[in-house]
Ligand binder design. Structure first.
Ligand code: 3DU
Length: 214
């Protein structure tokens, strides 16, 4: 299916709303301005997993479920998400390579991204290099690393080769697009600064302009 998604955009829109109609409206209006749309638990908990198929009519959908369990449970969740047509899924990496491999194996066509560092300080800060190493060995498609911590992001890029890095933390969490891209991010994840804006389309256009200036 041909999606209107803008392949050269560096923006992944984080659609962190509960309401179905609001979510569908935003997806419809913004899909042609973004590389992909990321959903998290709020919209799934309110509307059920079928919302993934509905949203997939408008854009590539990345399910940010931050899987963090034993391999069998991660596999069961991943297979179920794949059935609803998601383009990508996000897993934690700290649960170890066995779980990551289970996610990659059961993802089918879906791209798997693993979290190697958070946008706020956390205990995984102490092991980010091991998380990158395991993620590369497990064969994930990409990594999630913080846009608002460019020094950390740069360290992650330096040990990750050319694997895709998607980076949250711009706008509401204080980061900016230019320093994140310069530190090595391929795509920038932005939520509140878009969906809370009185003009979401204008907000995305501004972010796209900024990202393509580089
Ligand atoms: O802060 P924002 O509203 O721009 O949204 C950021 C999104 O990225 C949100 O869905 C959040 O769950 C996700 N995310 C982080 O913010 C930080 C991480 O380390 C990983 C994911």
């Amino acid at each position: 299916m041909d999606l209107p998604t803008m392949e050269d955009s560096k923006i992944i829109f984080a659609l962190d709303v509960y309401d179905r109609d609001t979510g569908i409206e935003l997806a419809k209006n913004l899909a042609d301005q973004v590389f992909a749309i990321k959903v998290n638990w709020p919209i799934i908990l309110e509307n059920g997993i079928k919302i993934i198929s509905e949203l997939s009519k408008y854009s590539k959908i990345i399910c940010d479920f931050k899987l963090a369990d034993v391999e069998n449970t991660d596999k069961l969740i991943t297979e179920k998400v794949a059935q609803y047509g998601a383009w990508g899924i996000i897993s934690h990496a700290f649960t170890g390579i066995k779980s990551l491999r289970a996610v990659v194996k059961s993802a089918g066509q879906m791209k798997v991204f693993s979290v190697v560092s958070m946008s706020q300080e956390s205990y995984i800060d102490n092991v980010y290099d091991k998380l990158v190493d395991d993620s590369l060995k497990a064969g994930v498609f990409g990594l999630v690393a913080p846009a608002n911590r460019p020094d950390r992001l740069k360290k992650i890029r330096d040990i990750s080769g050319d694997i895709k890095i998607i980076a949250p933390g711009v706008g509401a969490q204080g980061g900016n697009i230019i320093s994140a891209i310069m530190a090595g991010a391929d795509y920038i994840i932005i939520g509140r600064s878009i969906y809370d804006s009185p003009d979401p389309i204008g907000a995305i256009k501004k972010f796209n302009d900024e990202a393509t200036k580089l």
